[in-house]
Ligand binder design. Structure first.
Ligand code: NAD
Length: 340
């Protein structure tokens, strides 16, 4: 079987991670990545073996700096079966016209509105509904983290009502434009966009609030869920361990008291860029009081959506069923391997 040809439009935080993840798959390949600036990241893309495509008319700017250009972004898209659009927020919506004109499938990221693709994705929840679709949006990092844990709880005990407070990292580590802030910034108005975003994938009653804090490593969620059925801790933990590798259980008891130790664990165990594709759930934070579950979890914003992008490609091209795709993605990315 020939490999699916993937173009990465926007080789930034998310784009470069998705490109690297594709290199680890046996059923897809990166036919090119795009850059708008002739900088060290463009050089890194070339050194990583990717063909570089740039906006029409800007080839010279790149060539002047010794960066070999393979063509325009349009030419890259012409060669692709599917585009992973990982351009900054709202640019994806503008790019949609081009994808439509060129008749190419496209995956948008969480910075775009649900309406841009008309379908928001999480591999555990709606892989089958994404099969054959022309456009899919992989929801944001926080929404992906929420969906993974809420989905298991909903399947086991049926969610009656959920509430989450999202403690958001102010900026990504390499982002010197928007962070790091010396402040705590509440997200107004309430609810924050995360609850409605969860509902684009999973139909549950949920409200969310959010505050931005001065850190770049990860987000943390504090979650409270009321359930219809009586929750059972043993069932919850066993189900996560057996069936949901993308949820990684950690404990304070083993010294993981903050996001810093989670990142250190990923560094010690050799994850490239300390990427954590899993949502990290503190097992010993889970408390059940009456029919209500409380817990904390952490989300590595730069990496958590990578496996979902890979699965979305397989679903949209209909080259694997849900279980096969998730299994392939998990084993190629080493998901579940950090478990201690
Ligand atoms: P980024 O700024 O790190 O990378 C975007 C890349 O796109 C850059 O290389 C930029 O040069 C390039 N670009 C800009 N305009 C372009 C254009 N017109 N055509 C082609 N390339 C262009 O952004 P990011 O953090 O990777 O975010 C990308 C998307 O992923 C956004 O929708 C964002 O909301 C979403 N997302 C980001 C994170 C995160 O924490 N960084 C997490 C989940 C989802």
């Amino acid at each position: 079987m020939s490999k699916v040809k993937v173009a990465i439009n926007g080789y930034g935080t998310i784009g470069k991670r998705v490109a690297d993840a594709i290199l680890l798959q046996d059923d897809m390949e990166v036919i090119g990545v795009s850059k708008t600036k002739p900088d060290y990241i463009a050089k890194y893309a070339l050194d990583s073996g990717f063909s570089l495509y740039v906006p029409e008319g800007s080839e010279e700017k790149f060539e002047e700096k010794g960066l070999k250009v393979s063509g325009s972004i349009k030419e890259m898209i012409e060669k692709a079966d599917i585009v992973v659009d990982a351009t900054p927020n709202k640019i994806g919506a503008k790019n949609k016209d081009l994808y439509e004109k060129m008749g190419v499938k496209a995956i948008f990221q969480g910075g775009e509105k649900h309406e841009v693709a008309g379908f928001s994705f999480n591999a555990y929840i709606n892989y089958d509904a994404a099969r054959g679709r022309q456009y899919v949006r992989v929801v944001s990092c926080n929404t992906t983290g929420l969906l993974r844990s809420l989905n298991v709880i909903n399947e086991l005990f049926k969610i009656k009502e959920a509430f989450a407070v999202i403690v958001r990292r102010a900026a990504d580590p390499a982002d010197t434009k928007s962070g790091i802030i010396n402040a705590i910034e509440p997200t107004i108005p309430i609810p924050s966009h995360h609850g409605p975003d969860v509902k684009t994938v999973l139909d549950i009653p949920i409200e969310t609030m959010a505050v931005k804090v001065p850190t770049t490593l990860m987000h943390v969620h504090t979650i409270r869920i009321k359930t219809e059925k009586e929750p059972n801790l043993k069932d919850l933990l066993e189900t996560i361990e057996e069936d949901y590798k993308r949820i990684m259980l950690v404990s304070k008891d083993l010294g993981i008291t903050s996001t810093s130790q989670i990142i250190e664990l990923a560094r010690d165990r050799g994850r490239k860029r300390y990427d954590l594709f899993e949502v990290i759930l503190w097992e010993d934070s889970i408390s059940i009081i009456d029919n209500t579950i409380y817990f904390y979890q952490a989300v590595h914003q730069e990496a958590i959506v990578v496996p979902e992008n890979i699965d979305a490609i397989r679903a949209m091209l209909e080259i694997a069923d849900k279980d096969e795709s998730i299994k392939k993605t998990d084993s190629s990315l080493g998901i579940g391997s950090l478990k201690i």
